[in-house]
Design a protein around this ligand. Structure first.
Ligand SMILES: Nc1ncnc2c1ncn2[C@@H]1O[C@H](COP(=O)(O)OP(=O)(O)O)[C@@H](O)[C@H]1O
Ligand SMILES: O=C(CO)[C@@H](O)[C@H](O)COP(=O)(O)O
Length: 497
């Protein structure tokens, strides 16, 4: 039997899936790495750790295999937007600045001023947001001029990882869309934006399609990973594009909800010409010539991990979720807003911070845990609401990411979104999407849709409970009030951080 490997370079860990030609996940593994947060708003990672942990993960997959020489292809899914700035020898000049690093508010305003909000929107389809790559390039240029002077190119996290495995530098469209330098509809780097903001066009790497064969694993890496050097490497995609592919979101009508470190609600778009007024992101899909829109909650799983690490470090996620399930819908009047690193959708605000509202002496750890999960889900519902306001039907949601391991959370998503929520056999949609790009790139299937028919398998469906739907409708209205009520207070708290 032949195999492909799908690598998902997430924010909390790299996950590797070994998938056979029938679409069965034969083996999976994950290896963690830390976030580096030196100041409030800063979020970085060491690219060398991504490489080291990915090699260890692939080794985990291959070391007990007798037929590792039957692994034919490999592809990648990666956390989006992170700036990996490279010198002329393709060596990183500094740690990567990640998608949840929000230090670049000033640079966002500078982009708006120099490019013009309308021009920026017509070319990139998106507003200037702190998480995107261009503001990070400008921040380094301004604050670390000696580092920037040595820059020869920039790539995104999974592109750097792929470079280290193959020796070839490229970026593909679905991730390039999140840089704020791509003409999304034309699929080419925007000379106009580069010139207006003073970034050399030469820094932008060559662009390829997600399923493009970009080379082979180098002999040295193949040796370290227990692979044959003939393994073909395919470019891969942004984690959310890959999550969509791995969940079969390849046509209009089904919505994706991903609860990883970030939280995402995503919907397929055939064309790149619709206008959501910049309220949600609009990016190129990993399927050629397709697009998607999505809203992002910056700290989804991250809010739960923060809560666990800070208040219940001795408990597993399963134990925390079990105590949350003992608390009723509405957590006895306790509301949490997940703005612990600022927010993106629908409030692009780097200064906002989270709140627990309504604490009372009878609240238990379980009530707090429930409020955290509810707050994250209510935040994701703000994107569902934007989609519905723009005429999209949201009645079936495929749920992936770490949060989809929990039945309580899946049922809560059904109740809050008032939609059917479907769990896949494997919650690792992005890794599966990467494996599918390799399978399609190898020519195993005539299209990604054909591949999805074979590879994407659903398991359970969660239907909304009418009683909880009513409770969450009321709670959602109260939740939406917390942002405007705490915005100014948080601005005044900035100097204390
Ligand atoms: N058993 C569980 N139930 C619910 N959530 C979980 C569970 N295990 C992990 N998580 C959440 O999943 C998140 C990680 O999801 P993952 O999709 O792996 O993220 P990423 O791709 O960003 O690395 C963690 O932040 C954690 O909050
Ligand atoms: O910034 C975004 C999307 O715009 C995030 O969704 C990142 O792509 C990180 O994803 P996870 O590590 O949470 O999967």
């Amino acid at each position: 039997m032949s195999y492909v490997i799908g690598i998902d370079l997430g924010t909390s860990a790299v996950k590797a899936l070994l998938v056979n030609k029938e679409g069965t996940v034969v083996k999976e593994t994950s290896k963690e790495y830390p976030l580096i947060q030196e100041k409030s708003g800063y979020s970085e990672q060491d690219p060398e750790k991504w490489v080291k942990q990915t090699i260890a993960a692939i080794k985990d997959l291959t070391h007990t295999m007798k037929d590792a020489d039957r692994i034919e292809g490999m592809s990648f899914s990666g956390q989006m937007h992170g700036l990996v700035l490279l010198d002329e020898n393709n060596k990183p000049l500094r740690h990567a600045m990640l998608w949840n690093d929000t230090r670049t508010t000033e640079e966002c305003r500078e982009i708006e001023e120099k490019v013009g909000i309308e021009t920026l929107h017509s070319i990139t389809k998106n507003p200037a947001l702190e998480g995107f790559t261009l503001p990070k390039l400008l921040w380094v240029k301004k604050n670390e001029p000696k580092v920037f002077a040595k820059a020869a190119s920039f790539v995104l996290p999974k592109d750097y990882l792929r470079y280290r495995l193959t020796g070839e530098i490229q970026m593909e469209y679905s991730d390039a869309a999140g840089t704020l330098l791509l003409d999304v509809a034309e699929k080419k780097w925007s000379k106009q934006i580069c010139e207006k903001v003073g970034i050399s066009f030469e820094l932008c790497p060559p662009l390829v399609a997600s399923h493009a064969n970009v080379g082979n694993v180098s002999e040295e890496i193949a040796d370290q990973c227990g692979l044959a050097a003939s393994v073909s490497v395919f470019a891969g995609g942004a984690d959310n594009a890959c999550g969509a592919i791995g969940s079969g979101i390849l046509e209009d009508g089904v919505t994706l909800c991903s609860t990883g470190t970030s939280g995402v609600v995503l919907s397929y778009e055939e064309e790149g010409t619709k206008d959501f007024g910049g309220k949600v992101h609009y990016f190129n899909h990993g399927e050629e010539s397709a697009f998607y829109t999505m809203g992002v909650t910056l700290a989804a799983g991250y809010s739960l991990s923060w809560f666990k690490d800070t208040f219940a470090a001795d408990q597993s996620f399963e134990q925390i979720l079990a105590s949350a399930s003992e608390s009723p819908a509405g957590a006895k009047g306790l509301i949490f807003t997940p703005y612990i690193v600022g927010e993106r959708t629908p409030h692009a605000d780097a200064d906002i911070r989270g709140s627990f509202i309504g604490m009372q002496a009878t609240h238990t750890l379980g009530d707090f845990a429930r409020a955290v999960i509810e707050g994250i889900t209510l935040s994701l519902n703000e994107t569902v609401e934007v989609f519905r306001e723009h005429g999209k039907t949201v009645d079936k949601v495929i749920s992936i990411g770490g949060g989809a391991k929990s039945e309580l959370w899946l049922q809560m998503q059904a109740d809050v979104f008032n939609a059917e929520v479907v769990k896949l056999k494997n919650e690792q949609g992005p890794g599966m999407g990467a494996a599918m790009l390799a399978a399609y790139g190898l020519g195993w299937f005539p299209s990604l849709k054909d591949c999805a028919q074979q590879f994407v398998e659903t398991s359970d469906t969660y239907t909304p409970s009418s009683e909880n739907v009513e409770t969450y409708k009321k709670l959602f209205n109260i939740y939406k009030d917390v942002y405007p009520q705490t915005k100014q207070i948080n601005k005044e708290l900035v100097p204390f951080r």
